[in-house]
Design a protein around this ligand. Structure first.
Ligand SMILES: *Cc1c(COP(=O)(O)O)cnc(C)c1O
Length: 383
């Protein structure tokens, strides 16, 4: 009998209220019962996206919402700037290529954030003028946070629209769609929003709608015009993922009760505690100090430790699931999430497990120093 803990950057653990709502008997989606729930979910979406605009709900993982932006905003032959500083930024370029959009890739060293000035320069010097700039709020593969606010200021001076992949981080770190004037934001259900994978979301402003009107790429399931028409009737074009919508409503109640800002502060403390613990254990943080995300922390492992094996032992033998590194970081880093339904005692538990396995794998550490550093951060911040 083993107890399992999930500290991966998606999926994240489910609150009991969400699990309870997932277990309810299914109801039909074209009923006043369901539509009243959907209506509340739409209010919740506006809350987490910090927008007054419509938010669309898709039945897909986060990548589906990413793809929806490409097919709805662009036409074959368009150019678009894609910021690539990790696995998810890379996906924007691949999506553009799949649809005959010419990606102008801004390569960023993994662990660093894009310099907004580079985007400014690319916007000025790319011909034909880029129609969109694709970015990532929190690059989950590296634990890097992007300065979306600064980038928005730059993109807003041009005809291009700014598209932000906020699949990771929405609900956990600031992403003020309206205030920062972000044109398009997409997200998914299994990270900061604490329900299972299967829903994706998108919100867009007037400037982006002009591109939708002009877009010639083929589209059907993700056609924003269909979603907009349905939403005007408080509905969705296709059969909804009913149970997930019901679960999302429960999750939104919890997020609203706590308050978005309180959540941001809480995850910042959790992030600080993980960083402090890693440093106390003599480990280095992978992401540059200037751009560390408060949604996920990436920690470099000592060269003497097989990181893939460490992740496997933590998960399979001890029930503590964290993420390893991807691509060239395989076996070299671990990633610990602090978004959604993860609390400070799970962080302590995770750090204690990490300490024990590191120690067992021959890395010399004083047991407890990581836990102590984390606890001190909690106390200092009145948790
Ligand atoms: C998880 C994630 C996605 C979407 O992945 P799916 O597997 O399609 O849900 C996209 N971007 C980022 C930054 C992510 O962390």
């Amino acid at each position: 009998m083993k107890k399992n803990y999930l500290l991966t950057p998606g999926p994240t653990p489910l609150p009991p209220e969400v699990m309870e709502s997932l277990a309810r008997p299914i109801i039909h989606h074209r009923t006043p019962q369901f539509l009243s729930i959907f209506k509340e979910v739409c209010v919740g979406l506006k809350y987490v996206f910090a927008t007054k605009q419509d938010c669309f709900v898709f039945t897909s993982s986060g990548t589906g919402a990413m793809e929806s932006t490409v097919v709805n905003l662009l036409s074959a032959g368009d150019t678009a700037i894609c910021v690539n500083g990790g696995k998810f930024g890379e996906r924007w370029g691949k999506l553009c290529q799949a649809y005959g959009v010419e990606p102008v890739i801004v390569d960023v060293e993994w662990g660093k954030a894009v310099d907004p000035k580079v985007i400014e320069e690319k916007l000025k010097n790319t011909k034909p003028a880029p129609k969109a700039v694709f970015t990532t709020l929190c690059e989950t593969s590296t634990g890097v946070s992007t300065d979306i606010r600064e980038i928005a200021k730059i993109v807003n001076k041009t005809d291009a629209v700014l598209v932000v992949d906020a699949v990771s981080g929405l609900g956990a770190v600031p992403c003020y769609t309206d205030e920062w004037q972000i044109d398009v934001v997409v997200s998914g259900s299994q990270k900061g929003l604490m329900i299972p994978p299967g829903l994706a979301f998108c919100t867009l402003n007037e400037k982006a709608w002009k591109l939708v009107e002009a877009s010639k790429l083929p589209k059907f399931y993700y056609d924003y015009k269909k979603y907009k028409a349905s939403l005007a009737k408080n509905d969705m074009p296709w059969t909804s993922a009913i149970s997930l919508i019901v679960a999302l409503n429960s999750a939104f109640k919890l997020l609203q009760q706590r308050g978005l800002e309180n959540g941001f502060k809480y995850y910042e403390v959790l992030a600080d505690s993980v960083r402090a613990a890693a440093l106390a254990l003599g480990l280095e943080l992978f992401a540059d100090a200037s751009c560390r995300s408060n949604a996920v922390t990436s920690i470099k492992l000592p060269a003497s430790v097989d990181g893939a094996k460490l992740v496997k032992i933590m998960r399979d033998d001890y029930g503590v699931a964290v993420a390893g590194g991807q691509e060239h970081l395989k076996g070299k880093i671990i990633r610990i999430a602090h978004m959604g339904y993860i609390n400070e005692f799970e962080i302590v538990l995770c750090i204690s497990c990490l300490e024990r396995i590191l120690s067992k794998m021959g890395h010399k550490i004083d047991l407890g120093v990581g836990v102590k550093a984390a606890q001190e951060v909690f106390i200092k911040n009145s948790l």
